[in-house]
Design a protein around this ligand. Structure first.
Ligand SMILES: Nc1c(NC[C@H](O)[C@H](O)[C@H](O)CO)[nH]c(=O)[nH]c1=O
Ligand SMILES: CC(=O)[C@@H](O)COP(=O)(O)O
Length: 160
């Protein structure tokens, strides 16, 4: 099902465990800051709405999505969270660089899920243009940060 057929911000709190007793790490890429800050806002608001405590949310910033893997690994090693959300926005430019950044970032985050006991949620938008990114970070398709927060809570429970 494409994102266009599913609002990323819709969730049923009755179907989500309380996040009260969990600690979360969120690593945020500074590239396309307008988008990544909106994704962070959506993720933080949803975590809090589902019972998480603000003092149990730790944020790291990294320069770009390619650095999300290193940032998430550092968050895991230094803060021992129950789950990590990796937030980025990659937008197609003139060259093939988009392909390499997206592939490396997705693979790096998947590697962390395999190599560590901490769930790392892939909250990286990979869009053809800025409008698609805006639509998925609080626009007409909702906020992928909210979707990622729900995934983080559910995976934290699974990882217990
Ligand atoms: N073009 C985008 C980038 N590029 C930067 C890389 O992520 C990386 O920081 C650089 O290659 C140095 O290692 N990053 C994004 O997150 N989004 C983009 O659209
Ligand atoms: C995803 C990127 O790295 C890309 O936005 C960079 O733009 P360009 O391909 O025009 O160098």
């Amino acid at each position: 099902m494409a994102t266009a057929n599913k609002n990323l911000s819709h969730y049923d709190k009755e179907q989500i465990p309380s996040a009260k007793n969990f600690r979360f790490g969120i690593v945020v890429s500074e590239w396309n800051e307008e988008i990544t800050e909106a994704l962070y806002k959506g993720a933080e608001e949803t975590l809090l709405d589902c019972g998480a405590l603000l003092e149990n949310i730790t944020r790291y910033n990294v320069p770009g999505s390619f650095e999300l893997t290193f940032g998430a690994k550092a968050l895991i090693e230094k803060t021992k969270p129950d789950a990590v959300i990796a937030i980025g926005s990659v937008i197609q430019g003139e060259t093939k660089h988009f392909d390499f950044v997206c592939q490396a970032t997705a693979q790096g985050i998947m590697d962390l899920n395999v190599q560590t006991d901490t769930p790392v949620i892939f909250c990286v938008l990979t869009d053809n243009n800025m409008q698609q990114a805006k639509d998925r970070s609080g626009g007409k398709h909702g906020n992928k940060g909210s979707e990622a927060a729900v995934a983080a809570i559910k995976m934290a429970v699974l990882a217990q």
